[in-house]
Design a protein around this ligand. Sequence first.
Ligand code: HEM
Length: 502
Amino acid sequence: MHTYGQLAAGDSLISYAGRRWAAMDSHTYTLNPYCGRVVPPRSVLHRRLPHAWRLQRGAGRGYPESAFKIATFDRWLIVVSGRRMVQELRKRPVDELSGPLGFQENFQIKYVLEPAVLSDRYHGEVAKEKLLKKVSTLLPNIIDEVFVAVDDNVPIGGGEWNSVHITSLMSKILARASNRAFVGLPLGRNEEFLKLAVGFAMHFAKGAGVLRLVPNFMKSFLAPFVSNGKDDISRAVPYLRPIIEERTRAAAKLGEAWSDKPNDFLQSLLDRAIPKGESVSLVTQRLFMFNFAAIGTSSSAKNPGLAASLREEAHTCISANGWTGAALGSMWKLDSVLRETLRYYGVGLVSMTRKVLKDVTLHDGTRLPAGTLVSANAYSMHHDGALLEDAGKFDPLRYARMRSVEGQGLKHQFAVTSPDYIPFGHGPRACPGRFLASYTLKAVLAYILLRYDLKLAGDGARPQSAYVSLAVVPARDGRVLFKKREVLVRLGMGSELSDGVE
Ligand code: HEM
């Protein structure tokens, strides 16, 4: 599962680089068809090349419709490649390949969350209901929050270029937008609470990365030292307790007659948690899982021509429809830049991780033994020239062009998955937050483009992506220069601004 990812506007929404993962992440792989051995600890030490290198240049490309495996310290990860294999992951029943258990194991969740959260995953159902069925009801508040969060966080110096640390800016804005939907106001703007929510998302992922390197028998002992996730949760409880207590009283007193019942994720959780008598801590743990899914990083524009064209598109769409879902949905160019960024840079080298619950044999005879994890090789498929023309090139407007062909308008959208576009997974378990992510990212980027001129800091080169194990990690030090635009044009929906095109 992932975050808003390394997404942004301009000719390249930049996913940032950092350092390359080194020796700790050394692994070996064995080719198809036999995937059933127990991990020999020795194999971990054999080859000291990172996963990223193998998946990009080695096994993934050499075996496009096949499977190979990577040894981690505690298990094998089987990686399958190609459309047909993706369809197999999608179609296998949950009692054979489990998404939730794959996620739990991949992120070592049992060392951070209490067993009750894992055994009764109703927060997953709440997420799906809010994100798939009721996303349009969340939009007005989210768009409103985007305006305020951008204004609060981008420094405005009269006519000067201001250098901004882009990953931290985007994570603050996205934390604000997401938590407006998760807990509403005023808590969704409380800086201390937001720090804990963002901190949890980071600590949770980092802690899992370290625990995966530790032998199973040591994990329980080491978990408190390598992950601050539990600590973030206990520090967030005092912020949520008074709100939960007040809502519990209101529910008891008003019942069905509660006319101004909040429309946020917290309330949907409470509708289930209160009858079960769940503690504030358990509700906080479930709520923070949403934060983990939603908060991430983004980036910015480097090509002035493209930025101008995206700005013009945003202006046209918002002039016609205001700051609405319809306006954001009609921004095909911006949508294309987002989709191309997720395809080309991505947020992970693999996707659709599943835990194998029963021995499974795939169509080519590959055996997936019970107990292993299996993932789809997203990177190699997204860069396969047989599936997409010029797949090795970052072409920000490619999908806008593809959609303009008659009958193709609905295909190739940022949030539409397919067997060869899997950053959000594919099929019934595909990310339910992808529509919300699409709307929110477009609102943030359109607003920033209309309000600011942008350029990359330093020599103007795009920072290189880094690969930490199987994750694509943004550069820690990526900076973008912002300058407030001078021409003001009023654009719809309650905003006191907005800057428009010159
Ligand atoms: C660019 C942003 C995002 C990316 C790339 C992303 C990617 C993913 C992926 C790959 C999965 C697993 C799919 C599978 O196993 O087949 C997933 C699951 C999930 N995502 Fe996202 N996601 C994003 C944003 C969001 C947002 C904003 C939310 C909102 C809270 C969200 C909520 C979830 C949830 C609840 C699941 C679990 C679904 C289940 O268990 O069935 N995601 N996401």
